[in-house]
Design a protein around this ligand. Structure first.
Ligand SMILES: [Zn+2]
Ligand SMILES: [Zn+2]
Length: 493
């Protein structure tokens, strides 16, 4: 082989390496709900070139135009793109964060995110930059002693997430083991696309798996409603026995209702009947769900609970390359596919008509370009997929569109994420307080001569009432108020 060819081959292998390594690390399989491939390096390069070009003194007219546009769109009075250009230049000069490969993000059936990003970073500096930009920085424990690695554990209610920033990559993974799952190749085409260097953004959602998950949740929720009913019935019977000195002669919900041991008649969400088992110590049971002690496993097929209108949809995919956009929808039955194709084609005609009529105010060159894109839109069916695609868009426009779209998403998602976190903390603290008041009641019943007037968590732990003292996750202190109710100094009653 000639030397030049050899060199070329080596170069190709090197370029493909991060992509191949990435594809192996992240496991996309039948338990993956959705995944995003983002060619952040390429988009970053395009945007950086544009920013540096714009920062040149001779482009001040263009800068002023952008300032005016942004001010009118965002309705802000003080905006200067100059500030951002200074920041962008600094980011590049200080080498805090320079993407050196694609980003891959996925979510599994337990809603756990996995993120992998190839980038040249300075871990400590990046960590400090992010923290200083947050109004309400989460309480994180970071291993900042080592300048080469910053590890942050993000507590979430169901699992812990570990974010590690290394000089060459950023990872976000759950510390739990990955769900093992078979791989029937649903992600094959998505994975194959990693190696395409013109691939900018690729998003796929396994809607089949999402539907199944929702149906499973629905089933579990029905079961828990019935279990709640069984508990209510058990308590009612218990109260009856305490009041009357003997068990109810014959299990009869009407009697429990008449004598106000029950406020309302409990109904099994699946139409099961409640009665008492004679063999099993008089346990209440449901003919469908079993008893509290021995619940009947639901062999029912979760698929039976999927909304029939959603049934045909199998997957969604959005692919943006350097010059084309493709939106795809996978449908299981031919007839629905044909229907959707007809609808899409109809809509397309409307869009073309609108574009031709409403671009009058634009300069001729721009008008021509937009019309060319609109006219390139095609709707077609390929196997099970309905495909809507457009071509002829230039890379700069595409990159700006992606940045704008992701920025808009972040704008929506971040405040929501912060709110959810706050709500979760409040809920966790509330359940701590409920638990403490239950435990306190038990303690006081057991120790009538030394009832607790002041909350003594150590005494509760020492007495074996709780394993460990509960901690408010926003640093509140638990105490008893004048009415002996458990209170949190941060969250109140
Ligand atoms: Zn039931
Ligand atoms: Zn609290």
């Amino acid at each position: 082989m000639r030397n030049r060819n050899k060199l070329g081959l080596i170069a190709i292998i090197f370029c493909c390496m991060p992509v191949i390594a990435l594809a192996q690390q992240i496991s996309l399989n039948d338990n993956t709900l959705g995944a995003v491939f983002f060619n952040i390096q390429r988009v970053y390069d395009v945007c950086m070139d544009m920013a540096l070009e714009l920062a040149k003194p001779e482009n001040n007219v263009a800068r002023d135009e952008i300032n005016e546009q942004i001010k009118s769109v965002l309705r802000v009075s003080d905006f200067d793109v100059e500030d951002y250009l200074v920041m962008i230049k600094k980011l590049k000069k200080d080498k805090i964060f320079i993407p050196s490969g694609p980003m891959l993000f996925s979510i599994d059936a337990k809603y756990r995110p996995i993120l992998q990003l190839k980038a040249n970073t300075r871990p400590l500096l990046l960590y400090q930059t992010i923290m200083s930009a947050l109004d309400d920085p989460p309480e994180l424990k970071a291993d900042v002693a080592n300048e080469k690695l910053v590890e942050i554990t993000l507590p979430t209610p169901q699992f812990k997430l570990k974010l590690s920033i290394e000089p060459e990559s950023i990872f976000l993974v759950s510390d739990e083991k990955n769900l093992s799952a078979q791989d029937t190749g649903k992600w094959g085409d998505f994975k194959n696309n990693f190696a395409d260097k013109n691939n900018l953004l690729d998003v796929q959602i396994d809607f089949d798996r999402v539907k199944q998950l929702l149906a499973e949740k629905n089933l579990a929720a029905r079961h828990s409603v019935c279990l709640g009913n069984l508990r209510t019935l058990k308590n009612a019977l218990e109260m009856y026995r305490l009041d009357n000195g003997s068990d109810l002669e014959r299990f009869d919900i009407k009697i429990l209702l008449e004598k106000h041991y029950l406020a309302a008649e409990p109904a099994c969400p699946k139409g099961g009947n409640y009665s008492l088992s004679h063999s099993n110590k008089g346990e209440v049971y449901c003919t469908i769900h079993g008893s509290i002690e021995n619940p009947k496993a639901q062999v029912e097929d979760a698929n039976a609970h999927i909304n029939p209108q959603l049934k045909p949809f199998k997957a969604f995919r959005l692919q943006l390359s350097t010059n084309s956009i493709e939106f795809k929808m996978q449908l299981s039955d031919k007839q629905t596919l044909e229907q959707w194709l007809a609808i899409a084609r109809q809509q397309l005609l409307t869009v073309r008509h609108m574009a031709e009529n409403q671009l009058g105010h634009l300069p001729e060159v721009q008008k021509k370009r937009i019309l060319a894109i609109v006219n390139s839109i095609e709707c077609q069916s390929k196997n099970e997929w309905l495909v809507v695609s457009a071509a002829g868009i230039d890379e700069k426009t595409m990159a700006m569109g992606i940045v704008g779209g992701l920025g808009g998403l972040a704008n929506q998602a971040i405040p929501r994420f912060i709110q959810t976190r706050k709500n979760e903390r409040m809920k966790a603290c509330y359940s701590n307080r409920r638990m403490l008041s239950d435990v306190l009641e038990m303690y006081n019943l057991d120790n009538p001569e030394k009832k607790m007037n002041q909350l003594d968590l150590n005494a509760l732990v020492d007495g074996g009432y709780i394993k460990e003292a509960p901690v408010c996750n926003e640093g509140g202190i638990y105490s008893l108020n004048e009415e002996d109710q458990v209170e949190c100094s941060k969250h109140g009653l």
